[in-house]
Design a protein around this ligand. Structure first.
Ligand code: RP5
Length: 162
């Protein structure tokens, strides 16, 4: 995207992109400029904190963070910014992402993370929630989102059963 990004999509590992790309796809469809980056709460803690602390100053308005397992990324990022942070639990091989979900959702009072469903549906909804937040102050985006929803409804109504 050529416009300056207003949503940051970060994830703990390149292996998360299989799921997190759904967040980027929906923002592509709705023409919301975003950036994507791999950052880890555990493997690159200093860079993660720097990214979060500087996000608002760089013009970001929402951060979407996907991580799996111990999944501390969204919470750590939320600790260093007052931007809304949306967490997406990644599926894991041993516990199917229940571990990620419980980790991300259990933020202490005072530092919220809006936690989505596990995997691709959660990532897509994270993108949509970011769009909804930004649409509060962008009427044209709100109109695009309404049309997008209407198109999804029409798709469903036209589904044929065998
Ligand atoms: C987490 O560990 C990442 O978010 C990812 O979901 C999981 C596994 O990462 P890799 O070992 O595939 O890099 O930090």
């Amino acid at each position: 995207m050529s416009e300056a990004p207003i949503v940051g999509v970060i994830m703990g590992s390149k292996s998360d992109w299989e799921y997190m790309s759904s967040a980027a796809e929906v923002m592509d469809e709705l023409k919301v400029p975003h950036e994507v980056r791999v950052l880890s709460a555990h493997r690159t803690p200093d860079e993660t904190l720097k990214y979060s602390a500087g996000a608002a100053g760089r013009g970001l308005r929402v951060i979407i963070a996907g991580a799996g397992g111990a999944a501390h990324l969204a919470g750590v990022v939320a600790a260093k910014t007052i931007l809304p942070v949306i967490g997406v639990p990644m599926p894991t091989t041993s516990l199917n992402g229940i571990d990620s979900l419980l980790s991300i959702v259990q933020m202490p009072k005072g530092v919220p993370v809006a936690t989505m469903a596990i995997g691709k549906p959660g990532a897509a909804n994270a993108g949509l929630l970011a769009v909804q937040i930004i649409a509060l102050s962008d009427a044209k985006l709100g109109e695009r989102l309404k049309k997008w929803r209407q198109a999804r409804a029409q798709e469903l109504l036209q589904q044929k059963l065998p």
